[in-house]
Ligand binder design. Sequence first.
Ligand code: SF4
Length: 708
Amino acid sequence: TIMTPSTPHQFKSTCSYCGVGCGIVVNKDHQGRLSVEGNEDYPVNRGMLCSKGMNLHHVVADQTDRLLHPMMRWHKAMPRQRVRWDQAIDRMAAVFKSTIAKHGPDSVGFYVSGQCTTEEYYLANKLAKGFLKTNNLDTNSRLCMSSAVVGYKKALGEDAVPIAYADIELADTFLITGANPAWCHPILFRRLEQHKAAQPEVKVICVDPRRTQTAAQADLHLQIIPGTDIILHHAIARGLIEQGWVDYDFVQNKTEGFAEAKGAAFKRSLREAAQMCGISMQDLTLAIRYIGQAKNLISMWTMGLNQSSIGVDKNLSLLNIHLITGQIGRAGAGPFSLTGQPNAMGGREVGGMANLLSAHRDLNNPAHRQEVADFWGVEEVAAKPGFTATEIIDALQSGDLKVLWIICTNPSVSLPDAIQADLAMQKGTFVIVQDISNRADTIDWADVVLPAAGWLEKEGTMTNSERRISYIPKVVDAPGEALPDTEILMRFAKKMGFHGFDFETVADIYDEHCALTKGTNIDISGLSHQRLKTEGSFQWPVPHPTHPGTPRLFEDQKFYTPSTKAQLFAITEDQYVAELPTEEYPLILTTGRIRDQWHTMTRTGKVNKLQQHIPQPFLEIHPLDANMKGIKEGMPVRVSNERGTVEVCAKITEDIRPGVVFLPMHWGKRISHRKSRANNLTANRVDPVSKEPDFKYSHVQVEKIEWP
Ligand code: SF4
C-alpha cells in the first residue's frame, strides 16, 4: 500500500481529471506519502495546477471508500458477498458464454469511460468487437464529445482537433461558446488570461445563457436564450459576408458548399436573429466586427454546443465561420473543441465507441472491418453498429441487452433520465461494475463488483484535448485485491479461451495499438512507452520513431475529405424545437459543472478542501422568476417535470437569464441524502447523428417547499 516505507522518488505524470491534461510531478517520501506539484517543464501547464489537480494526492491517500475485493451475488434478491477473483471471473465467463449461446453476441455489452487509459480502452474494444463479436461497446465520452466528432468528420473529413495550446498565445480573438473554461478547463483559461494581460488588445467573446466566470472576464458576453446557437452562428456568418470579412481565396480553393451555406445563413435578418437569440443588435454587430477583424481567431466550445439534440448542426454552423474566414490551418487560428475527460481522445483513437473501429476506422466500411479483423487474427468484425450510451439503457429496458459490463463510470448519476436509467440497470439480467470506489451509485445494480486500481496505481497513456499523448507511471500499489483494468480484462479474455490477450506488459498492449494505427490519419506507429518515458509527450500523428509529433493539422490546407476541400454545410433547421417551455413547465433547465468537483464526485467529493468551494447542490434562478414564486435566497425548492424531481436550495442571481435555471450535475444519492440528482430531469433525447444526449435544455417547474 502507499504507506509501505520506500525510497523517496519523483514521478512525472498527468492529471487524471479534465481534458487539459496538465503535467504533474508526484513526490513520494520515505514513508510512502504522496504530494503533487505542477510540472514546470510540461508544455501544457508550465507548472500551474488548478484546485482539483493540486489535491489529487488526497484522493489517492484516502482509501476509506475503496473497493478492496470482488463481490458477487447469485441472484438479485441476495446481498453481494466477498468472493475470490477466480470465482468472479469464472462466473462472468459462464454468464457471457451462456447468454451469447442463447441470445446471440449482441445480448452483451460494455459501457466504458473517457477516464480509462488508452490501453484499457484498446483491450475492452478488442475483446468486444474482435472476440465477443459485438459492437456493443460505448463510452461516457458519448455524453461529451460525440457531436464535435461528427462535426469535424463532416466538415474536415476526420475527427481531428486542428490546433495546439501553443496557438492560444498567437491568437488575438477568442469565441468561447457553450463552455466555461474558467471553471472547467482552468489552466487553459489561465493561459488565455495571461495572454490577454500581456496583450490587452486581445478580444474574448463568450456565448452563454449564464454569466459564468468566463463570461465575467470576456470583452463581450452574448447571453443567448438556450438553443439559439445556430441562429447566432448564422447571423455571424451573414454579418461577415455582408461586411466583406470573408477569405474568398480560401473559400474558393479550399472549401466546398459556400453558396448553399450562405443561403441558409441569410434565412434571417440580423435583427430577427438578435431578437430570437435574446441579445441586442449592438452586441451582435460587435461580435461580428471582432470576428471579422480578427487576425487569428480561435473558437473554444464544449457541452453547450455538444450536449444537444441539434449538437452536430451547432458544431457545423460554428465550423462554417472558421471556413468562410479561412481561420484554420495556420498558427494561432482554428476551431478547438475542449475535451471534457482526460482520455476521451485516446478512447476514440482505439475506436472505443459503438460505431467506430481502431484508429478512427469506420465500422460501416467493409475494408476497414477486414483490416482490423486481419490484424486481430479473427474472421470478421460484425457490421452492425452497437448500442450507444443511451441505447444501452433502452436495450436493457427492452430486454435486448442482457449483460452489461460497466468500467470506470457512474451512469446512475451521469446518464440522462436517470430514474429510467436506474430502472433499466436494475432490470439487467447481469450487471458488472468495475470501479475504484464504493461511492459510485451504479454499484446498487451490480451482480458483480470488481475492484479496480486507480490513477497512480497502474500505468498507461492518455491523450489530451490537443492530441498530446502522455505516459502515466505506476507510483503506488493498489489497495486490497484491486487490479489494473487491463489485468481484469485479460483474465476474463483468457477464461473465455480467446487468443491475443497474453500481453506481458502494458507497454506491449500499447505497441499493438500503435501498430494498428499505421498508415491512418492518426498514425502513432512511431510511439512506444519507452519513447514517451524518455522523450516526453507527443501530439499525434507520430508516424515514425524519430518523428517529433504534429502540433498543428491542415497547415498544407488539405483536408481529409475525398476532394481534400473542407465542407461548408447549409443548416436549414436553425431552431430548437425538441422540448419547449409549456404552461405547466415554463422554465428552461440547463445543467453543468462547478469549479471544484469532477463528474459524480466519487473522487473530488471526498477532498475537504474541494468541498469547501460549494458544499451543497443548488438551483440558480433569476430574481424575476424567484419573486413570481415567492422564493427567497437559500430557500428549499422543488424542480420538477414529467420525468422526475430535484430538491435543492435556491441561489438567486442575476447571472442567469430570466426564464432559465441551472443545476450542477455532480450530486448523486450516495453523496447527498436529498433528491439532488440533476439528471432526474433531463431527457433521454439525443442528436440523431452523434447520439449525444441533450443535457442543456429541459423544461421544468420550480416551487418552494419545506424540507421534510
Ligand atoms: Fe487537472 Fe484539468 Fe486542473 Fe489541469 S486544468 S490540473 S488537467 S483538472
